[in-house]
Design a protein around this ligand. Structure first.
Ligand SMILES: *[C@@H]1O[C@H](CO)[C@@H](O)[C@H](O)[C@H]1NC(C)=O
Ligand SMILES: *[C@@H]1O[C@H](CO)[C@@H](O)[C@H](O)[C@H]1NC(C)=O
Ligand SMILES: *[C@@H]1O[C@H](CO)[C@@H](O)[C@H](O)[C@H]1NC(C)=O
Ligand SMILES: *[C@@H]1O[C@H](CO)[C@@H](O)[C@H](O)[C@H]1NC(C)=O
Ligand SMILES: *[C@@H]1O[C@H](CO)[C@@H](O)[C@H](O)[C@H]1NC(C)=O
Ligand SMILES: *[C@@H]1O[C@H](CO)[C@@H](O)[C@H](O)[C@H]1NC(C)=O
Ligand SMILES: *[C@@H]1O[C@H](CO)[C@@H](O)[C@H](O)[C@H]1NC(C)=O
Length: 551
């Protein structure tokens, strides 16, 4: 086998030697390479054994490629190869990482250089010209928000087997986009193109995008493009030019919108006491509203070619004199009289009280608080004597208001508490009944697994306070009880006595329960065991349900 191959090789060699005088070589006159890329110098001849490429010089024979690397010129060593199939006659030279210094390099090939061929291979030289190429970035001139955009980055190169890679720059556009790459032949060169697809967002507006081609030891950059995204008005807001407005003033309001292109129309909406009054369209972004009063609100809608956007409602804080509201009144509670004066005012007012014409208030206690926008509450309480005329006066920079407060006497107040009592008793009775029901259902459940346990489920689920009971009263003795309950489905983990308690004290426990739930929530991470304990009622519910279904 081996010898047969050797013989064939020898015969081939012999035939090649025989053909020495008739060598014909096919090479182009010139090739164009892209800096940083590789370049192929096509070469075609008869089957041969060895190839050497030389640089053409008047003096000397610098070696560009030879299979003996040590004789190759330093600047070509490691960069040149002849990978083609020599038995087919392929003598193509490949130069990697083409440099600007390789520009105008003239090379020629010598086939079987050790043979005594007399042919002057250097008669056929190939000139390599080197070009620098930067990637070209192309993008649609205008993109509309929400529509797909496309950006192409193309780099021309001369190395079909290993095109450069492309790096994109521009954080906004790169998010959520996808890439597609193609490498295609364009005339004598190659073109590697990456296409970026994505959805245009208004955040991309004015952001810059560029791309770079990364060759082995060279990077070239495209020009930078600033994106132009068309989008409808966003972030529309009203800007009030003056800091304070007094009743009857004129105000100038500006409608500011973030959009591209700029708005062509503004719609102005005005509300008084929550009711729409007017809608006016203008082309100006500023508008004057005359004779404004309290409880006026404005909004604007900005329209551009892409769409429209509306601002939030702007409530005007119109300065005005205090107005004592009709809700203001006094109540007699036993020996104590308590009065509340509600004043609508902006800016804040002070409140004064007079009792039977006397404004030096001894042995009484008064304070002011606010819990509504532009409403203040003055409260006074003191010993109830024969007070008949209690007045409240509210004063600010813009004026004052005085009102005599009517006193609701004890009997009315008493009747109110009577009502409260009357409502509370049936409530307690109802809760008691509910506890009883739970008790009874549990008893039934114990006796008859699979009986109407779903009633219990509902009650247990809604009886939140029971969670508290479980949480608060849970101790080692109950733990055993509970584990027991998990193994035997129809046992309950809590005493019916507790249920009754929890029903009765429902309201009192709600707040405690919330706190304890919150605490529990915090503890969850550190004490997962407790978590299990709290889930208990749920587990009991599941077990009951199962029994119900099985039964
Ligand atoms: C010659 O070899 C080169 C390098 O391997 C290859 O790119 C080219 O296609 C080959 N030419 C032919 C005609 O087969
Ligand atoms: C990007 O390239 C693709 C394919 O070559 C072409 O169809 C598309 O129009 C190009 N897009 C831009 C914005 O140049
Ligand atoms: C990218 O997509 C995610 C989810 O689809 C979205 O939340 C995010 O806002 C998107 N980012 C950009 C810049 O479009
Ligand atoms: C909206 O406008 C405010 C104030 O002009 C600005 O701080 C904010 O960045 C804007 N938001 C967007 C999404 O444009
Ligand atoms: C301002 O409004 C008040 C009540 O809305 C009205 O009585 C008054 O005539 C108005 N004044 C002007 C100058 O329009
Ligand atoms: C109540 O007192 C105010 C001021 O102290 C006074 O103006 C008013 O006339 C009095 N009203 C009655 C009914 O006495
Ligand atoms: C007002 O009340 C105070 C204390 O209750 C008392 O000393 C004072 O004389 C009274 N003034 C008038 C004018 O009644």
């Amino acid at each position: 086998m081996g010898s047969a191959y050797l013989i064939r090789l020898l015969l081939t060699g012999f035939s090649i030697l025989q053909q020495v005088r008739s060598w014909s070589i096919n090479v182009p006159e010139s090739v164009t390479a892209v800096e940083g890329s590789c370049v192929a110098v096509p070469c075609w001849t008869q089957p041969h054994l060895r190839v050497t490429w030389y640089q053409y010089q008047k003096m000397n024979y610098p070696v560009v490629y030879d299979r003996f690397h040590n004789i190759v010129e330093k600047q070509f060593r490691g960069r040149t190869s002849v990978p083609g199939n020599s038995t087919a006659g392929n003598c193509t030279l490949i130069i990697k990482n083409v440099r600007m210094a390789d520009n105008n390099l003239q090379v020629y090939v010598w086939i079987n250089p050790d043979s005594r061929a007399s042919q002057k291979f250097y008669d056929q030289t190939v000139t390599i010209s080197v070009e620098r190429k930067a990637p070209k970035l192309s993008i649609l001139k205008q993109m509309v928000e929400g529509e797909t955009f496309q950006a192409n980055c193309s780099i021309s190169h001369s190395c079909p087997s290993s095109p450069p890679s492309i790096r994109w720059t521009g954080s906004q556009i790169l998010e959520n986009s996808s890439l597609k790459a193609i490498n295609e032949k364009v005339f004598k060169q190659w073109m590697y193109t990456e296409t970026l697809h994505g959805i245009a967002t208004y955040e991309m507006q004015n952001s810059k995008i560029s791309c770079s081609a990364l060759f082995h030891d060279l990077t070239t950059d495209s020009q930078e493009i600033t994106l132009n995204i068309l989008y409808k008005p966003v972030n529309v807001s009203l800007i009030l030019e003056m800091e304070s407005v007094i009743n009857g003033d004129s105000v100038i309001v500006e409608c500011a919108a973030n959009c591209n292109p700029q708005p062509h129309t503004y719609s102005w909406l005005q509300r008084q006491l929550g009711q729409d009054i007017t809608t006016i369209n203008t082309t100006q972004s500023k508008r004057t509203f005359d004779n404004v009063t309290t409880k006026t609100s404005f909004s604007c809608i900005a329209h551009n070619d892409i769409g429209a956007g509306q601002s939030n409602w702007l409530d005007l804080d119109v300065k005005h004199a205090p107005v004592i509201l009709s809700e203001s009144s006094c109540h007699l509670l036993g020996e104590v009289v308590k009065c509340v004066c509600q004043v609508e005012v902006f800016p804040n007012a002070s409140i004064h009280w007079t009792i039977d014409g006397n404004d030096t208030l001894s042995s009484s206690f008064s304070f002011v608080f606010t819990n509504k926008k532009h409403v203040i509450f003055g409260e006074i309480s003191g010993p109830a004597q024969s007070h008949t005329n209690i007045t409240c006066t509210a004063t600010n920079d813009l004026g004052s208001d005085t009102k005599q407060l009517s006193v609701h006497n004890l009997s009315k107040t008493a009747s109110l508490s009577m009502w409260l009592v009357a409502l509370t008793i049936p409530g307690i009775a109802l809760l008691f009944g509910c506890a009883q029901l739970i008790y009874r259902k549990y008893s039934e459940c114990r006796l008859l697994p699979g009986s109407v346990c779903n009633t219990t489920i509902l009650l247990r689920r809604s009886s939140l306070s029971e969670y508290v009971q479980v949480e608060q009263r849970y101790d080692s003795h109950q733990r055993a009880h509970v584990e027991d309950a998990q193994s035997s489905p129809c046992r309950t983990e809590s005493d019916p006595e507790e249920d009754r308690l929890s029903c009765v004290y429902d309201n009192d426990f709600v707040e405690q329960m919330r706190q304890s739930r919150a605490q529990q929530h915090q503890n969850n991470t550190t004490a997962p065991q407790r978590d299990g304990e709290i889930e208990l009622p749920e587990k009991a519910v599941e077990c009951n349900m199962e029994d119900y279904l099985n039964g």
